[in-house]
Design a protein around this ligand. Structure first.
Ligand code: HEM
Length: 504
C-alpha cells in the first residue's frame, strides 16, 4: 500500500521550490505523484560518481557531501556511488513515513566488511549483523537484559564507581602536573573510561584501565577498535571480497583488528564462564549482562558471545567521542557549564544520595548530550530498506529501496533547528516539539541496543566531572569532524582541566 501522508500537502502546491529556495529544474506536474526515476540526484553513472566522490575526498567528508547534496537537490535526492544506491531524505516528517515502512524486521545498510570478516573466520553474527527472524528472536532476549528501563538500577552502581575512579585519576594527573591544572587531549583517557564502563556492565568486573599500569591486552583491544573503524570506511564502496583476493593491506589490517577484538572479548567471556561454572550460586549482587544471559539460558553460547563482543566493540568510541565533544562544547560555553553544574548540585541535594533519582533531575545535562549528538552525531545517517511502497516529497519510492535519513545534515539545517550553529541544550527541554528530531540512537525496535548503558554512562561521567572540575579551552578555534565510519574530531581537542576547589 502506498503511504500518502504528505500527498495532500504537495497537491496544493502549484510551484514547488527546492530546499534552497530555487525552483527545481524538472517538475512537470506537481499534482501527481512523481515516478522514482524523476528523483533528482546523481544516480545514472555510478562509476563516474565514485570517481567524483574520491576526488572530493568523499570518504572523510561524507557528512559534508550530504549537506551539499541536500542544498543542491532539495530535501530528497537519489544517489549511486560504486555498488550501492540510495534515496536520501532530511525532513522529520519524511523520517516518520520511513520508519512506518520499516516492517517487522527492520534492516539497515549492511557493512560488508564486517560480515565478510565473520564469514572468513567462520564466526557467528550477533544482533548488530543478523537480520530477519534470527535478529528478532535474539534482540527480544537481549532487550530485557540491556535496554529495558528496569536494568538502569543495576547499571548505575557499576557505572558510578567507574565515574568516581575517573575523577580520582584526573586529580592525580593534576597533582603530578605541579600546576594545579592539566592541559591535555583527553581522548585516550576517555577510551579507557568507556571500555572500563562497558566491561563493568557486561562482565560485572573491572578491567583496571584507570590504574597507572594497564593490561597491554586491554590497550591492544582499544587500538584494534580504532583500526577496525578506520579500515571499514574505505571498504564501504569497494567489495571486500575483491580486496581480500588481491591481498590488499586494508583487508589484512581489518582482519587483524577484528581478530584482536574477538580475542580480547573471548578472554573476558571465558573468564566469566569459568567463574560461573565453579560458583553458580548467586551472591545477590547483579552479576553483569553476560552472566545474566548465561544463567537465563535462552540463547546459545555462540549467540551470546557474538552479541557481547559487538556490545563491547560498539561501546568504546561511540561514548568516548561524544563525551569529548561535550567537554569541548562546555569549555566553549562557560556560562552554560555553570548552569549545568548548578542543576547537578541541586539534583544531588534533592535526591539525597539516590543516584537513580538524581538522574531524573538533570534535564539540562541530558539536553547537552542531545545537543552534542545533534551537532556531532556518531552516525552520519540512519538507513532502512523499506518493506512497502511509500511516497516521500511527492515521489514514489518502491519497496526494497534503501532510504537514508541524513542525521548530520538534519542536525545542521536551520529549517529544522533554528540557529543550528548554536550549542543550546535548552532547545531539548520539554516545552518544545521534538517530533522525529531526536534520532541520534536510531529509532524503533532496531534502535541502539546500548542506548541505556551509553546514556547512563555519559550522564554519570559528566555529573562527576562537573562536580569536581572546570573545563577551559585555550583557543576558540572550530574543530571539524572527519568520517571514519563514525564521526571523529579532525584534530586533537586540547582542554584545560582545573579543580573547582583549588585547595583540594
Ligand atoms: C553516544 C553513544 C551511541 C550512539 C549515538 C549510538 C548510536 C547508534 C545508532 C544510530 C545505531 C543504529 C540504530 C538504528 O539503525 O536505528 C546503533 C546501533 C547499535 N548500537 Fe549504538 N550508539 C551508541 C553507543 C552504544 C553503546 C555504548 C553500545 C554497547 C554497549 C552500542 C551498541 C549498539 C548495537 C549492538 C547496535 C545494533 C543494534 C541492532 O542492530 O539491533 N551503542 N547505535
Amino acid at each position: 500500500m502506498i503511504l500518502r501522508a504528505r500527498l495532500a500537502q504537495s497537491l496544493s502546491r502549484q510551484v514547488r521550490t527546492t530546499h534552497t529556495g530555487r525552483v527545481p529544474a524538472v517538475r512537470k506536474d506537481s499534482s501527481a505523484v512523481q515516478p522514482f526515476s524523476e528523483i533528482p540526484g546523481q544516480w545514472k553513472n555510478s562509476v563516474a560518481n565514485l570517481y567524483t566522490f574520491w576526488k572530493m575526498d568523499g570518504l572523510r567528508n561524507i557528512h559534508r557531501i550530504m549537506v551539499h547534496n541536500f542544498n543542491m537537490h532539495g530535501p530528497i535526492y537519489r544517489e549511486k556511488v560504486g555498488y550501492y544506491e540510495s534515496v536520501n531524505i532530511i525532513k522529520p516528517e519524511d523520517a516518520a513515513v520511513l520508519f512506518k515502512a520499516e516492517g517487522h524486521y527492520p534492516k539497515r545498510l549492511r557493512v560488508e566488511a564486517w560480515t565478510s570478516y565473520r564469514d572468513y573466520r567462520n564466526r557467528k553474527y550477533g544482533v548488530l549483523l543478523k537480520d530477519g527472524e534470527d535478529w528478532k528472536s535474539n534482540r527480544i532476549i537481549l532487550n530485557k537484559e540491556v535496554i529495558s528501563p528496569k536494568m538502569q538500577g543495576n547499571f548505575v552502581p557499576l557505572l558510578d564507581e567507574v565515574g568516581q575512579d575517573f575523577v580520582a585519576r584526573v586529580y592525580k594527573k593534576i597533582e603530578r602536573s605541579g600546576q594545579n591544572e592539566w592541559t591535555t587531549d583527553l581522548s585516550h583517557e576517555l577510551f579507557k573510561y568507556a571500555l572500563e564502563s562497558v566491561s563493568h556492565v557486561l562482565y560485572g568486573e573491572r578491567l583496571g584501565l584507570l590504574l597507572d599500569y594497564i593490561d597491554p591486552d586491554a590497550q591492544h583491544f582499544i587500538d584494534c577498535i580504532t583500526l577496525m573503524f578506520k579500515t571499514t570506511s574505505p571498504m564501504l564502496y569497494l567489495p571486500p571480497a575483491l580486496l581480500r583476493h588481491t591481498g590488499a593491506r586494508i583487508w589484512k589490517d581489518h582482519v587483524e583488528a577484528w581478530d584482536g577484538i574477538f580475542n580480547q572479548a573471548d578472554r573476558c567471556i571465558q573468564s566469566i564462564y569459568r567463574q560461573l561454572r565453579k560458583n553458580p550460586e548467586a551472591s545477590g549482587k547483579y552479576p553483569g549482562v553476560l552472566a545474566s544471559l548465561l544463567m537465563l539460558d535462552k540463547l546459545s553460547i555462540e549467540d551470546i558471545k557474538a552479541s557481547i563482543t559487538e556490545l563491547m566493540a560498539g561501546g568504546v568510541d561511540t561514548t568516548s567521542i561524544t563525551l569529548l565533544w561535550t567537554l569541548y562544547e562546555l569549555a566553549r560555553h562557560p556560562d552554560l557549564q555553570e548552569e549545568i553544574r548548578a542543576e547537578i548540585s541541586a539534583a544531588r541535594i534533592a535526591s539525597k544520595g539516590d543516584v537513580v533519582q538524581m538522574l531524573k533531575m538533570v534535564p539540562l545535562l541530558k539536553g547537552a548530550l542531545k545537543e552534542t549528538l545533534r551537532l556531532h552525531p556518531v552516525a552520519v545517517s540512519l538507513q532502512r530498506y523499506i518493506t512497502e511502497d511509500i511516497v516521500l516529497q511527492n515521489y514514489h519510492i518502491p519497496a526494497g529501496t534503501l532510504v537514508q535519513l541524513g542525521l548530520y545534515a538534519m542536525g545542521r539545517d536551520h529549517r529544522i533547528f533554528p540557529h543550528p550553529e548554536q550549542y543550546r541544550p535548552s532547545r531539548w527541554l520539554r516545552s518544545q516539539s521534538h517530533y522525529f528530531r531526536s534520532l541520534s540512537f536510531g529509532f524503533g525496535p532496531r534502535q541502539c541496543l546500548g542506548r541505556r548503558i551509553a546514556e547512563t554512562e555519559m550522564q554519570l561521567f559528566l555529573i562527576h566531572m562537573l562536580e569536581n572540575f572546570r573545563f577551559e579551552k585555550q583557543r576558540q578555534v572550530e574543530v571539524r569532524s572527519t568520517f571514519e565510519l563514525i564521526l571523529l574530531p579532525e584534530k586533537p581537542i586540547m582542554l584545560t582541566i582545573k579543580p573547582l576547589n583549588a585547595s583540594r
